[in-house]
Design a protein around this ligand. Sequence first.
Ligand SMILES: Nc1ncnc2c1ncn2[C@@H]1O[C@H](COP(=O)(O)OP(=O)(O)OP(=O)(O)O)[C@@H](O)[C@H]1O
Length: 347
Amino acid sequence: MSLLELQSVSQSYGDRNIIDDMSFALQAGEIACLLGSSGCGKTTVLRCIAGFEPLQGGEIRLAGRCIASAAANVPAHLREIGMVFQDYALFPHLSVAENIGFGLGRMPRTQRESRVAAMLEVVGLAAYGKAYPHELSGGQQQRVALARALAPQPRLLLLDEPFSNLDVDLRERLSREVRDILKSQGTTAILVTHDQHEAFAMADKVGVMAEGRLQQWAAPYQLYHEPATRYVADFIGQGAFVPGKVTGPRCVSLELGEYCSAVPRQFVVGDAVDVLLRPDDVVHDDASKVKAKVLAKVFRGAEFVYTLQLASGHSVLAQVPSHHDHAIGEAIGIRLELDHLIAFKQV
Ligand SMILES: Nc1ncnc2c1ncn2[C@@H]1O[C@H](COP(=O)(O)OP(=O)(O)OP(=O)(O)O)[C@@H](O)[C@H]1O
């Protein structure tokens, strides 16, 4: 049985539909991430799960029990759901230990103290119990917020853009640390972010949202390699679409050459398709007859990512070892090295 289940959840503000028929399920101990651009409704989903919004349509179930539907809502404080916010929301006048112990009011004192000590240990802040929030760095404050949310052992933890106030390096490190902490505690969690690197680093499952609709709910690897919609293909990772034609039951012909392996079953011979080429699908090869003009290049240390213009005018990206340093405007040889096909019917 899933720990959390959303079934056809819908939510509007006034006559604006914000969440549209959203369904997904999360297993106990899994970390999920809702990923999407600003305003697509990610935080609204969290608010519905947390109980901060009365649900207008559909149903939310936690551990088999309905906690929200249009007919009934379990109050937020009875849902056993923890929350970590972007701005940490620590109490400035309480010490770190007091912040962490805040939600443990009903516990006997000695038990509460040992739980706080254990949580300080878990988040690597054992020496900071007596410190005050303003004496800590942003990353440390967010770890206190995490410890405070985990201390009462919630059934589910919701994290709303928890790293967005931190600089890039710290964000990456902390997202790995937080994943390890959540996994070590067996916590089921949903994180909201618009940063796909963060989603990939943290999550077992990622839900890509656009305009209130869930586009795909899948493991990060599957999202990247088997995007379900053109939106997901475009949104996740880098790449460019080029036109192609299905020429056989196993073949698609492109300006860069022919791809013959597995072609998705929904296509038939003669179909015009748009094929997604990732930068590593396009290989620089001086011997190739297909030439493309360098329009732009980005140096990444070990490689360049070139933006190349094909004879037809379409552009592709190519990841090329950085000792091949070509000038803008130069024509270079390229060939296709496609491992599997990501294609959508031309509209
Ligand atoms: N209380 C509210 N009343 C009216 N509209 C709202 C309210 N809260 C959010 N909205 C609108 O709902 C839409 C979705 O907001 P939401 O905060 O869920 O998006 P988000 O994906 O989390 O965005 P961001 O990444 O910018 O935080 C936005 O257009 C927002 O303006």
